[in-house]
Design a protein around this ligand. Structure first.
Ligand code: NI
Length: 167
């Protein structure tokens, strides 16, 4: 296993649109293991392949308190969503920034697991938020892009300044 470097906003590669996985192979499973290790080490509750500069529709999530309930979503699609809920989000690609985002309260997602087997899952709470946040990444969208342009400009300036100071 290996820790993968996580792209940092505003890296333009975060805006690439991921392609569907044609066949789930051993290589896909190796990437998933590395993504999970990277997510747990960060630590974070979700990671999209886009964030490690692999532009395939793969997401790993673990919202459990015990950090041992990995959920894998390959080629995820939302089949339905309902309600609206505002909650504070953060992102491993946008360190130190936490902002409120409104998303659907409940979602139904269809995807493949790491064996290539199709499943459907109904989610609410943190898992529903996380699924929507990670699926945004696959579309090349970072959570701060749900905010006003003024806020986005401020966040970009802050992150660029922070990075310059740590170099
Ligand atoms: Ni994120």
């Amino acid at each position: 296993m290996a820790l993968l470097p996580i792209l940092q906003y505003p890296d333009p590669r975060l805006h690439k649109v991921a392609k569907p996985v044609a066949t789930v192979t051993e290589q896909t499973r190796k990437l998933i293991r590395d993504m999970a290790e990277t997510m747990y080490a960060a630590p974070g509750v979700g990671l999209a392949a886009t964030q490690v500069d692999v532009h395939e529709r793969i997401v790993v999530i673990d919202v459990s308190d015990t950090h041992d309930k990995l959920q894998v979503f390959i080629n995820p699609t939302l089949t339905s969503s309902s309600g609206a809920e505002e909650s504070e989000e953060g992102c491993l690609s946008v360190p130190g920034i936490y902002e409120n985002v409104t998303r659907a309260e409940r979602v139904m997602v269809s995807a493949l697991d790491e064996q290539g087997k199709a499943f459907t899952l109904e989610a609410d709470g943190l898992l529903a938020i996380c699924i929507q946040h990670e699926m945004d990444h696959l579309q090349g969208k970072v959570f701060v892009e749900h905010l006003s342009h003024l806020k986005q400009t401020r966040i970009r300036a802050k992150l660029i300044k922070q990075r310059r100071e740590t170099l």
